[in-house]
Write a protein of this length. Structure first.
Length: 292
């Protein structure tokens, strides 16, 4: 089963790019800047397809950034909700109200909206993108919980808090479905699991195969509609959308292969150098006469 991978960079730095007009957006531009990128799939994607967003030159591994969160607040602890950890500074409070969720990780949450369409004879058919099932089960059901109280009205439960500075909407308006809203919103949970490297990708949506007779995504023309909210140009970052199928071993990720080949090559090179040094300098006669 071949693994197919398609990447589309939509940063818009090139003047010819449809997204160039959106290059200097701010977090809360209203209405959001929108752009459309057309592309062609050369091969059909047969099995389930995973849709990712990728960011480059974005250091989610910075020590102060990684610590800038309050896990007990994210676990639904009511006292931490109104009195977040000092680790969240300077994103702990805003206008004397505690921020929920607090901290730099949450504040910088990815908020572009990506939609996919198949183009057939100039008619655009939307591809169904599934937004649940993208987070780890333990994160969704154990690590992240909403605050508890009378009733399940999230607006009331988050009373007395304010949204992160860069967010257009508060946390209880992330989704219309109650089991994917607030701290248990899966897009939010995926973002909060910080990446180890400055170029990374995160799961955005799932495209499920409908039946065994048709591929999930047929070869042909498609368009990607982007609500471009997330600014990366100021730090020379890049944004991309990735479509990938998976095999029993998982998705296509060349990192480990490249790492093994690189380390192996370095070891081989050092071996040759040390062998040369040993032959050239290691056999000198150590029992030479010592002059008086």
């Amino acid at each position: 089963n071949d693994i197919f991978l398609l990447q589309i960079d939509y940063t818009g730095t090139e003047p010819s790019s449809p997204c160039n007009k959106c290059l200097n957006v701010s977090w809360d531009s209203t209405p959001p800047c929108t752009c459309t990128i057309n592309f062609t799939l050369e091969h059909s994607f047969e099995s389930n397809v995973f849709m990712y967003y990728g960011l480059s030159n974005f250091y989610q591994n910075h020590r102060r950034y990684v610590k800038s969160r309050d896990d007990s607040q994210l676990n639904g602890d009511n006292s931490s909700l109104l009195n977040p950890s000092k680790e969240c500074e300077p994103y702990r409070t805003n206008e004397d109200k505690p921020i929920a969720p607090c901290g730099a990780i949450a504040n910088s949450m990815f908020n572009d909206t990506l939609e996919l369409y198949r183009i057939d004879n100039d008619t655009r058919t939307p591809i169904t993108l599934i937004k649940k099932g993208i987070a780890w089960w333990t994160d969704k059901n154990v690590k992240f919980r909403n605050p508890t109280g009378d009733g399940n009205n999230l607006t009331a439960l988050f009373q007395g808090t304010t949204k992160p500075v860069n967010w257009p909407k508060p946390v209880y308006m992330l989704d219309s479905e109650p089991d994917n809203n607030g701290f248990i919103n899966e897009d939010f949970i995926v973002w909060m699991r910080t990446a180890a490297l400055p170029t990374f990708r995160k799961l955005y949506r799932l495209i499920e195969r409908k039946n065994n007779f048709q591929p999930t995504l047929q070869a042909g023309k498609y368009s990607l509609d982007i609500a471009y909210n997330y600014p990366v140009h100021s730090f020379d970052g890049r944004k991309r959308m990735i479509l990938s199928t998976i095999s029993w071993m998982g998705g296509k990720n060349p990192f480990l292969g490249i790492a093994y080949i690189t380390v192996g090559s370095i070891c081989f090179f050092l071996g040759v150098v040390l062998l040369f040094i040993h032959h050239k300098y290691g056999n000198r006669n150590t029992s030479a006469d010592i002059p008086n």
